[in-house]
Design a protein around this ligand. Structure first.
Ligand SMILES: *[C@@H]1O[C@H](CO)[C@@H](O)[C@H](O)[C@H]1NC(C)=O
Ligand SMILES: *[C@@H]1O[C@H](CO)[C@@H](O)[C@H](O)[C@H]1NC(C)=O
Ligand SMILES: *[C@@H]1O[C@H](CO)[C@@H](O)[C@H](O)[C@H]1NC(C)=O
Ligand SMILES: *[C@@H]1O[C@H](CO)[C@@H](O)[C@H](O)[C@H]1NC(C)=O
Length: 556
C-alpha cells in the first residue's frame, strides 16, 4: 500500500476515534476590533500582546494551571457588521478554522477589555463545565423598560441579565458552536426579533434566551423547560478593583481576571510612558468654537425646548443655529421651508445641511458640523476632546452607531440622530452633493447612514453618545465611558441631567445668538434650491429596504 495513503487513512481513523480525545483542549480568545478610530485598533494589538506574553510566562514557568490548554488569540477585524457579535458568529465558525470541536472556551473581548490575569482566568475555567450550555460575564440589568431594548419585558425588565461586553464574555464551546449554527441557519431565512441592532449585548442575551434551550444540551436533560440566561461571574468586573479595596469575606482580595478599561480621553494630555504618547501626534486642539451646531426644531417646541438648550450647553458654543419650519425672529430660528413631519425629517435634514454650508461659507475656523435635536443635551468640552483626535480634513462620520438588517447583504450602520451626528465639513459637502431623500419623511439618520455606506464612509462609533436618557442605560456603562450626550426630556429633569451627567453648570441665558440679518437673508435666498435636491444619476440608492423600514423606524 502507498505509504502516504495508509498514513492518511490512519490519520482519518485517528481523527474519527480516540485521537480526538487526546488532542489538547483549546481556549480561543477573540478580540473584536474596530478599524476606526486608530486608537482602538492600537488597543486591540496591545491586548493581544499582553495575553500572548502572559501565556508565554505560564508556559515558561511550567505553571500547572496552563496544563495542556492551547490558547489561541485572534484579533478579529470588526467589519461593518461585526460589532453585534451575533452577526460575527458565522464568520468565526465556517470561514476561519478558529473554532473546532476541541474549543472548550471562547473568551470574547473588545478593544477596551483588559485581561488582568490569564492564569486566574484559566483557573476559573477549570472550575466550570465546558459542556454545559452557558455563558459568563458581568451581568447588567435594566432599571426600567427601555426603548433601546425594544421595551422588552416592559412589565418587569429588571430580572433579565445581559453581559457588559467591554468587560469580556466567556462562552462554553458547546453553547458557542450551537449559537453559531443557529445564527447561520437564521441568516438564511432572515428571522430576528427586530431588524435593528441597537444594543448588541442585550440582543445577544435575548437571542440566546429565545432560541436556545438547555435540552439541546445532552448533559442537561433534567432541566427541560429552563431557558439560558447569562451567569454572573465575579472574576469578570465592570472596572479594575482598586488595590486598597476591602478584602472579600472569604479572606482573599477580589480578583478580576477580566475587566473593562475606561476609555482614555483621547483629547487629554497623555503620559509619555504609554504607547498613547504616539497618538497625541494625530490630535489637534479642538474647542466648541470649531464646531457648527445645527439644531433641528419646529414651531411647537420653540418655547418649550430652546430655553433649555440656551441655559445648558449653548453657553459653550460659538456657532449655533436653530433650524425650524417657521422663522421666529425672537429666538431667532431659520426656516428650512420644509413643513414639519411627525417622523423621518429627511428633506428637512438635507435642507439644513445645505443651508448650514451656505451659512458657514468661508469661516475657516469651523471644522465640524453637528446635527442635533432640540431635545439633545451635550457636553461641548467632551465633544471637543472626542473630535480632537479625528482628522477634520478627511471624510469623518462619528456618532452613536446603530445597525439595520446587519445579517443581510443590504444591511448598513448608521448614527442615530438624537445622540447627535458629527460630520467633518468635507463630508457635509459630499453628502449635499451625493445623497438624496427617497421621500421627504424618510428617516433622516438611516438614509444618511445608508448613503454613506454606499459612498464608502464608515460609521465611527463614539462611546458616550446616547440616543436615550441616563435611566435607559445600565449604571456601569455610564460610569465606564464619560457621557457626551443624552436625548429626550420626558420623565427627566433636563437641568439635572446636564449637571449630573454632563458635568455642566447651568448658566444664565447665554449670550444672545449672533445670527445677523445678512446670514438669515442669505439662508432665505437659498431656499429656491430646495426644490431640486441633487439626485445624481436619477437617484444613487435603491432604497426600498429603508423606505419599508421608515414605518418601523424607532424615532425615539
Ligand atoms: C511552550 O513550551 C514548550 C516546551 O517548553 C514549547 O515547545 C512550546 O513552543 C511553548 N509554547 C508557547 C506558546 O510558547
Ligand atoms: C429559519 O430556518 C431554520 C432552519 O431551517 C429554522 O429552524 C427556523 O425555525 C427558521 N425560522 C423561521 C422564523 O422560519
Ligand atoms: C489629516 O488629513 C489630511 C488629508 O488626508 C492630511 O494631509 C493630514 O496630514 C492629516 N492630519 C493629521 C494630523 O493626521
Ligand atoms: C447670572 O447673571 C447675574 C446678573 O447678570 C449675575 O449676577 C450672576 O452671577 C450670573 N450667574 C451665573 C451662574 O453666571
Amino acid at each position: 500500500m502507498h505509504v502516504g495513503l495508509s498514513r492518511s487513512i490512519l490519520w482519518l481513523f485517528c481523527f474519527l476515534t480516540s485521537c480526538q480525545a487526546q488532542t489538547a483542549p483549546e481556549v480561543l480568545l477573540v478580540i473584536s476590533c474596530p478599524p476606526y478610530p486608530r486608537q482602538a485598533q492600537d488597543e486591540c494589538f496591545t491586548l493581544a500582546g499582553s495575553v500572548r506574553e502572559q501565556h508565554r510566562q505560564l508556559n515558561l514557568t511550567g505553571d500547572a494551571v496552563l496544563g495542556d490548554y492551547v490558547v489561541k488569540i485572534h484579533v478579529m477585524p470588526e467589519l461593518f457588521n461585526y460589532w453585534t457579535l451575533l452577526d460575527a458568529l458565522p464568520h468565526l465558525g465556517s470561514q476561519t478554522r478558529l473554532l473546532s470541536a476541541r474549543t472548550e472556551w471562547i473568551i470574547w473581548c473588545q478593544h477596551n477589555t483588559h485581561v488582568a490575569s490569564l492564569r486566574d482566568l484559566l483557573q476559573h475555567l477549570r472550575g466550570q463545565d465546558h459542556d454545559e450550555f452557558a455563558y459568563y460575564g458581568h451581568a447588567l440589568y435594566d432599571s426600567e423598560a427601555t426603548i433601546i431594548h425594544h421595551f422588552w419585558h416592559y412589565k418587569d425588565p429588571r430580572w433579565f441579565p445581559y453581559p457588559m461586553l467591554s468587560a469580556g464574555v466567556v462562552f462554553t464551546g458547546s453553547l458557542f458552536r450551537r449559537l453559531t449554527e443557529l445564527v447561520a441557519l437564521n441568516a438564511q431565512n432572515n428571522s430576528r426579533p427586530s431588524e435593528f441592532s441597537i444594543d448588541a449585548s442585550h440582543e445577544l442575551a435575548r437571542f440566546i434566551f429565545d432560541n436556545l434551550r438547555p435540552e439541546d444540551d445532552e448533559h442537561c436533560e433534567a432541566a427541560l423547560s429552563r431557558k439560558i440566561i447569562l451567569k454572573n461571574a465575579a472574576y469578570i468586573c465592570p472596572m479594575a478593583i482598586p488595590a486598597e479595596s476591602p478584602k472579600s469575606p472569604t479572606g482573599g482580595t477580589p480578583s478580576c481576571a477580566l475587566y473593562a478599561k475606561p476609555k482614555e480621553p483621547y483629547g487629554a494630555p497623555m503620559s509619555a510612558s504609554t504607547t498613547l504618547g504616539d497618538r497625541k501626534e494625530h490630535c489637534v486642539h479642538t474647542t466648541g468654537s470649531h464646531i457648527y451646531f445645527a439644531i433641528k426644531t419646529c414651531a411647537k417646541f420653540h418655547k418649550e425646548r430652546i430655553p433649555i438648550i440656551e441655559r445648558t450647553w449653548a453657553a459653550d458654543t460659538r456657532h449655533r443655529r436653530y433650524y425650524s419650519d417657521v422663522a421666529d425672529d425672537g429666538i431667532p430660528t431659520i426656516s428650512t421651508g420644509i413643513p414639519n413631519t411627525q417622523t423621518g425629517h429627511c428633506a428637512k435634514t438635507m435642507a439644513i445641511l445645505q443651508l448650514s454650508l451656505k451659512d458657514i461659507g468661508e469661516q475657516s475656523n469651523i471644522r465640524w458640523l453637528m446635527l442635533v435635536d432640540d431635545d439633545t443635551l451635550l457636553s461641548v468640552p467632551r465633544l471637543s476632546a472626542l473630535l480632537s483626535c479625528h482628522n477634520h480634513s478627511e471624510l469623518v462620520y462619528v456618532g452613536q452607531r446603530y445597525g439595520y438588517r446587519l445579517h443581510a447583504p443590504d444591511g448598513f450602520n448608521y448614527h442615530t440622530g438624537g445622540a447627535g451626528i458629527l460630520l467633518s465639513l468635507p463630508l457635509v459637502r459630499l453628502i449635499v452633493d451625493r445623497c438624496s431623500c427617497p421621500s421627504p419623511s424618510a428617516p433622516d439618520d438611516m438614509i444618511l447612514g445608508y448613503c454613506l455606506q454606499v459612498l464608502g464612509v464608515p460609521a465611527v462609533p463614539a462611546a458616550g453618545m446616547h440616543q436615550a436618557r441616563p435611566q435607559d442605560y445600565a449604571r456601569e456603562l455610564l460610569q465606564l465611558d464619560t457621557p457626551v450626550s443624552f436625548h429626550k426630556f420626558w420623565g427627566t429633569e433636563p437641568d439635572h441631567t446636564y449637571s449630573r451627567w454632563l458635568g455642566g453648570k447651568l448658566g444664565n441665558r447665554s449670550a444672545p445668538l449672533r445670527a445677523d440679518r445678512t446670514d438669515r437673508s442669505a439662508a432665505a435666498s437659498s431656499l429656491h434650491l430646495l426644490g431640486r435636491l441633487p439626485v445624481p444619476g436619477g437617484g444613487i440608492l435603491p432604497l426600498e429596504a429603508v423606505l419599508e423600514s421608515s414605518g418601523k423606524h424607532l424615532d425615539l
